[in-house]
Write a protein that binds this ligand. Structure first.
Ligand code: APR
Length: 165
């Protein structure tokens, strides 16, 4: 059974085997955490993403991490746009975590860092997203070290509350 750690910080500084980005279906980068990861990994990340695009909501694909080395992989997953909760958003967000974990195992990843997928531009409520994230990673204890990286205090507190419960 692996460990689940909640941390407050910039995911591009994580020393793990794989970093997950909250992408859009083009996989060409964007703002938020996706923009930060693309800036840190360099232009080859968008080129590699373009070869795998489009990526459907809830799905996950992997590319090398390029300039983010010693990180080995970037796992791109597309979260749900929040539309009030009645359009299957919870399941799509759950699928983002589960598909990323399953892909990470296939790649032989031992440690992985997730951002708070869908809680920024896509507007998913933080407390609900935190509960889904912790439940999802607990349901699939297949990676030794899982780090849930919050970029702000509200997200950190929500994740910590869920992980501690
Ligand atoms: N490290 C960790 N977390 C970060 C960082 C960072 N450097 N930068 C932003 N975040 C956090 C945000 O504060 C938020 O909590 O990542 C979380 C997800 O927010 P977004 O990046 O906006 O992702 P999302 O809501 O899934 O929207 C995805 O935005 O950037 C575009 O291309 C992306 O179209 C896609 C959409």
């Amino acid at each position: 059974m692996g460990t689940i750690e909640v941390v407050l910080g910039d995911i591009t500084t994580e020393a793990v085997d794989a970093i997950v980005t909250a992408a859009n279906e083009s996989l060409m980068g964007g703002g938020g955490v996706d923009g930060a990861i693309h800036r840190a990994a360099g232009p080859r990340l968008a080129a590699a993403g373009a070869e795998l695009a489009p990526c459907e909501q809830g799905q996950a694909v992997a590319t090398p991490a390029f300039d983010l080395a010693p990180v080995r992989y970037v796992i791109h997953t597309v979260g749900p746009v929040w539309e009030g909760g009645g359009h299957g958003e919870d399941q799509v967000l759950t699928d983002c975590y589960l598909h990323s974990l399953r892909l990470a195992v296939e790649l032989g990843v031992g440690s992985i860092a997730f951002p708070a997928i869908a809680t920024g531009v896509y507007g998913f409520p933080v407390p609900r997203a935190a509960e889904i994230a912790v439940r999802a990673v607990r349901s699939l204890p297949i990676i030794d070290r899982i780090r849930l990286v919050a970029f702000d205090r509200e997200t950190y507190d929500a994740l910590t509350r869920c992980a501690g419960s």
